[in-house]
Design a protein around this ligand. Sequence first.
Ligand SMILES: [Zn+2]
Length: 372
Amino acid sequence: MNLTSTASKELIDLFLSLATIDGISLHERNIADHVKTLLQKNNIKVIEDGTGAKINGNTGNLICFPPHYDASKPAIALCAHLDTVTPTKDLKPIVTDERISSDGTTILGGDNREGLSILLSVMMNLQSITSPVKNFICVFTVGEELGMYGANHVDLSPYNVTEAYVFDCSKRPGIYIKDCAGCMIFTAKFHGKSAHAGVAPEQGINAIALSSKAISSVRFGRIDEETTSNIGRITGGGATNVVPNEVVIDGEVRSFTKEKIEHQFNIIKEGFQQSLNGIGTYSITSEMDFHPYVLDANTSIVKTVEKAISAAGLRPEGIRYTGGSDANSYNAKGIPSVNIGIGAQKPHAFEEFILIEDLIISKEIAIALIKE
Ligand SMILES: [Zn+2]
């Protein structure tokens, strides 16, 4: 691999130019407009969908069509997300021969500007690919970091998308997420009865005590090798002289099948109910944050991604993973999807970095994917 070639320098510069543009979730306007301008200059048609308004954001998803795109044929989608978890406009990138990082005072935004720069670079340099190229589109989503909002709302049905390849996994190139856990989030409300804590405590029912008893009556953490659960937030109570009447707890359950998630959620529900022992009441609601997916080794997408990784000179390794991505959303829509390792390491942290060799080889994987 030639890390100092013109093409490599161009890719690094493209990444750096994108990384310093702000685009936190629901505020992706600047980065989206920049991407649109870049692509339009290169004769690549871009449409922005109406997702922004639906998710209270200021930007929609971008769907990009290379010049050879044929609407009458099925297409594959190459995907990344536009948003970052925290601002990057003050990013001061440190570039060495081996890696790119921030100066330690901001995130780098390699999650997911690395994926974005790879796919933009592929689209803008299609003429350098000498062999025939598949019919493909690129999809750049908004609001991914909040729970795949953009991917959940994007409508890919007009484009007959057969497979979606997401370039958003922090693992090093070679690895891809073949099976991914889903995540259910729940909110439980414990209702007691308020009373003056000093004058008439016997007339009150302490909702903090109810909730703590409930939480300690159920096992959380690692439940089995593919199931985890957590209580992540507890809110309630007020003044020290009032017996609190309401406590709200928020938590999650993750596993690799919907059945296992529901089974663990039922254990939590029943455990909470029993812990009350007739004192106070509680209610609980739940929703799927993202759905699990498990891909068979014989599916076309698994074979194709492994072939592409091999073509880039790496050993493919499909892993099971418990962190969600847009791939979960596409699979839930019925479009087979994998999340591909691009080595955007330590995502969301100020220590975030990418290795230049990973940036370059991830682009090789993308090119191999679109070659016939
Ligand atoms: Zn990401």
